[in-house]
Design a protein around this ligand. Structure first.
Ligand code: G6P
Length: 467
């Protein structure tokens, strides 16, 4: 069997206590099952040639983890600037949040090449390589340029923008051609895959193939949607157990019979947090009967604090939440509780089970696993209601949630009012439909289906057609 080599900016070493975002959680399941090599950034910086050029190897449960440091300049221009202040807003179609400068672009390309060069000596001819996410758009091309002919897959965890939006960065065509060095390109939804194909055709001159692929020169590239999944059964068990633990018990007692509205995310400009707080304020202003009857617990774990937009967001949220509590609160009632620390997975699962409403309103989101976790966490007998942005990839599967436009505070307020009033039979019907959509999926199957499709893409494409 071919060895799987995963490449991603963040590497989640289970024993290392590294930050686990959606990407890491989804990939751990596959790696622990089939073993392989996982290569990427250590999460640290250094100017020492050895630490940036020689990977540190750790073996855990049959997986070899190989990580290298970035230099402080690389952290600044590759990670903070180009990845998180240019590509991240671009991928989420938020041009007003986007900065661009050439130096960052050059460093970004340089890091993609440098990481390819560090990976090179670790590769075997029979490997299957799977590259992840917007940090590494140029990696497949860098490997091909170094004569790597193994099957290469690329999966984008974020949305992919329309061709018009994509054209707003210089060198958009080059990025597309770089991505087309892979044999299989995976996206979260058909809409993202279609946006990519339209961009490849219009901006990079690729031809569409019958059956969903693309042709560029003599090469054929497969393109498909592979929606990321959670482990719903396991999350349901965790939530049932943690719904009764001490932490959830303290939260329940503090609510004193009020309905809990819960939001959980990284503090990120794409998550619609400013609009969400405006929607909650609108609910309390327009329907005063909910005052003292409900509390919003918003967990917004601090993230990417070296990027300006994230600092501004933090300041705005602290101001807006202080304002809601100061102007709408009472001596004995605080409408909004904002936490900017990370909270343990167990606590989140328990809080989700307690919450009458899961409020998930990103402006745009590749998938949004929190929406799926909220569904999995519910008591089937007395479930809560998911209020979900129609611009999250998860909305394609969870159409039985209350879907909202996340920029419209009135729509959010209406949805909250509807959810708070919803009868138990309607809540059960909606929940059942959402659960049916996810209950037989798993993170492991998601990974396997991509790797299997990559195996097929590799055999469908004649070797002579590879560069
Ligand atoms: C999103 C991205 C991941 C990223 C995660 C956490 O889920 O798709 O690639 O790892 O956010 O962000 P961070 O910048 O802390 O890695």
């Amino acid at each position: 069997m071919s060895r799987l080599v995963v490449v991603s900016n963040r590497v989640s070493i289970p024993s290392g206590g590294a930050k686990a975002g959606g990407l890491a959680v989804a990939l751990n399941a596959l790696m622990e099952r089939q073993g392989g090599l996982w290569f990427g950034w250590s999460g640290k910086t250094s100017n020492d040639a050895k630490s940036i050029g020689t990977p540190v190897m750790v073996e855990h449960n049959g997986v070899d983890y190989a990580t290298v440091d970035l230099t402080p300049d690389e952290l600044e221009y590759y990670y903070n600037h180009f990845s998180n202040a240019t590509l991240w807003p671009l991928m989420h179609s938020l041009p007003e949040q986007m900065n661009f400068d050439r130096r960052s672009l050059q460093t970004y390309r340089g890091v993609n090449v440098r990481l390819a060069e560090v990976l090179l000596p670790m590769l075997r001819p029979t490997d299957t390589i799977w590259i992840h996410d917007y940090h590494l758009l140029a990696m497949a091309a860098a490997l091909r340029a170094r004569n790597i002919s193994c099957p290469i897959g690329f999966f984008l965890h974020t949305p992919f923008p329309s061709p018009d939006m994509l054209s707003s960065i210089p060198e958009a065509a080059l990025f597309i051609r770089d991505m087309l060095s892979a044999d299989l390109l995976g996206f979260q939804t058909n809409n993202d895959a279609e946006n990519f194909c339209a961009s490849a055709q219009r901006i990079a001159g690729a031809a569409r193939l019958a059956g969903g692929g693309l042709q560029l020169g003599s090469r054929q590239i497969r393109v498909g949607a592979f929606p990321v999944e959670i482990d719903p059964q396991e999350f349901a068990e965790t939530a049932e157990r943690c719904g009764e633990n001490a932490e959830t018990g303290r939260l329940r007692r503090s609510l004193d019979g009020q309905s809990l509205i819960l939001g959980v995310e990284r503090m990120d400009p794409t998550k619609g947090l400013r609009h969400r707080l405006a929607g909650f304020r609108r609910l309390l202003e327009s329907r005063p009967e909910w005052r003292r009857q409900t509390t919003l617990l918003q967990i917004a774990a601090e993230s990417r604090q070296d990027v300006d937009a994230y600092q501004y967001l933090r300041e705005d949220l602290e101001r807006a939440s202080g304002n809601i509590n100061a102007t709408l609160g009472e001596a004995d009632w605080t409408p909004l509780r904002l936490l900017t620390r990370g909270v343990s997975r167990d606590a989140i699962a328990g809080f989700m089970r307690e919450a009458r409403i899961g409020l998930v309103t990103p402006l745009r989101d590749g998938m949004n696993l929190v929406a799926k976790e909220y569904v999995a966490a519910q008591d089937p007998d007395d479930p809560g209601v998911l209020v979900l942005s129609k611009f999250a990839g998860a909305a394609r599967q969870l159409g039985a949630a209350i879907l909202v436009n996340p920029v419209d505070p009135d729509e959010i307020a209406d949805a909250l009012d509807t959810a708070l009033r919803m009868s138990r039979p309607e809540r059960q019907d909606r929940w059942q439909a959402c659960w049916e959509a996810i209950k037989d999926t798993s993170a492991l199957e998601w990974g396997r289906s991509f790797v299997q499709a990559l195996g097929r893409a590799g055999t469908e494409i004649p070797r002579s057609a590879r560069p």
